[in-house]
Design a protein around this ligand. Structure first.
Ligand SMILES: Cc1cc2nc3c(=O)[nH]c(=O)nc-3n(C[C@H](O)[C@H](O)[C@H](O)COP(=O)(O)OP(=O)(O)OC[C@H]3O[C@@H](n4cnc5c(N)ncnc54)[C@H](O)[C@@H]3O)c2cc1C
Ligand SMILES: O=C(O)C(=O)Cc1ccccc1
Length: 346
């Protein structure tokens, strides 16, 4: 049995149609070497990814050095391929993280982001004494961006099937190489009990804001302006599976946001929507090969991106391609394929 090949391209299955699965699929398709299909239980707009704020900013994601590298690669990828396209739903927006106490240390990702600077005093609301700034930060109108990823994936020849995978062996019937982008779903599908939900609630409002600003010191508060609305957040309730918004969280978020952006204390806030998503949290992103069925099947894991899936998406997609291409030659029958055919005795 040879590697699944049609039109001399290798067939790859991706499980999961969130920002990670779609970005990974696009990177594979752009090489011109793979036929890529996505199987996914939920499709946009019904994924965790669609519940994100979303802005570029490393948050609740590890390991720090790799998250810094992948965040910077993702920022570059957005600048090179995405931000110029109005269909992508992205906007360049300065982002400020602010602190009530002096913050001596720069963030671990600072060495990777040249545009990083300390916040100026005039960028700090009353009661805040220190802060970070990234002038070329960017935000995504999440649903627009997710639709853009789906259209880009399909325009490159990718296909998407709504299908839940209950046992990875279902995938092995048709594919030798599978990329696992199931986020929190890996808790069941691969019995990884290290991944757990961190519940995040956000409020979508009509009002606008000139910058993204956030305080994540003692509790989370953020304002993230987008093309068609602004997102106020948020919460971070670990191991909480409740996907329904609560009135209490909405009130808490509005109270905290008024502290970091006083204009929201004075102006009437017109709530358009309240959303909840379960961040796929893990002590660190799992991005590695795992062989099954005696080395004849390969799964590339790419999940556990916590609060930074969009921020590291393209860096992780490029890494998943590298890891996969390092793994394929080790597939058992791939090796057999390469063996010279025995010469006939006649
Ligand atoms: C409120 C909130 C705000 C956020 N804001 C930001 C932000 O500003 N910036 C940022 O970078 N990140 C942000 N995040 C984090 C970001 O949303 C996640 O890191 C990201 O969505 C993870 O993407 P994913 O593709 O791994 O997961 P998901 O979007 O959950 O996709 C997983 C996919 O796998 C599918 N799946 C799972 N199990 C199976 C199975 N067994 N069979 C078939 N399919 C399966 C699911 O249906 C889904 O399609 C935020 C998260 C929340 C909750
Ligand atoms: O809520 C989240 O998961 C986010 O990623 C939004 C965010 C980004 C940066 C700081 C705090 C929250």
């Amino acid at each position: 049995m040879s590697l699944n090949k049609v039109n001399s391209k290798t067939d790859i299955l991706i499980i999961g149609c969130g920002c990670i699965g779609l970005s990974t699929g696009i990177v594979l398709l752009k090489t011109g070497k793979y036929n890529v299909q996505i199987w996914s239980r939920d499709l946009p707009p019904n994924t965790t990814s669609n519940k994100a704020a979303a802005l570029w900013y490393p948050f609740l994601c590890n390991p720090p050095d790799l998250v810094g590298k992948w965040s910077a690669e993702t920022m570059q990828y957005f600048k090179d391929h995405i931000i110029g396209d109005p269909k992508s739903g992205t906007l360049i927006k300065k982002v400020n993280e602010i602190f009530r106490r002096e913050h001596k240390e720069d963030p671990e990702w600072r060495p990777y982001v040249q545009s990083f600077r300390r916040a100026r005093k005039d960028e700090l609301p009353e009661g805040y004494v220190d802060g970070f700034a990234v002038d070329d930060g960017f935000v995504m109108d999440t649903d627009m961006y997710m639709d853009y990823l789906v259209q880009t994936f399909k325009s490159l020849g990718g296909s998407i099937e709504q299908r839940e995978v209950e046992d990875i062996r279902e995938a092995f019937v048709h594919y030798d190489t599978v990329i696992n982008c199931t986020g929190l779903g890996s808790r069941e599908l691969f019995k990884d009990k290290l991944i757990y939900p961190s519940r995040g609630q956000i409020i979508v409002i009509k009002n606008s804001s000139e910058r993204s600003i956030m305080d994540e010191e003692d509790h989370i508060a953020y304002v993230i302006p987008r093309i068609s609305n602004t997102v106020l957040g948020g919460t971070n309730q670990e191991h909480d599976y409740n996907t329904e918004p609560t009135k209490q969280d909405t009130e808490e978020i509005l109270k905290r946001v008024a502290m970091i952006s006083p204009r929201f204390a004075k102006n009437r806030i017109e709530i358009q929507d309240v959303k909840v998503g379960l961040r796929p949290s893990r002590h660190e992103i799992r991005l590695e090969n795992e062989f099954f069925e005696g080395g004849s099947k390969l799964v590339v894991h790419n999940y556990g991106h916590g609060g930074s899936g969009f921020t590291v998406s393209w860096g992780c997609a490029l890494e998943a391609l590298r890891v996969m291409e390092a793994g394929i030659p080790n597939l058992l029958f791939y090796k057999k394929q390469q063996q010279p055919k025995p010469q006939s005795k006649l």
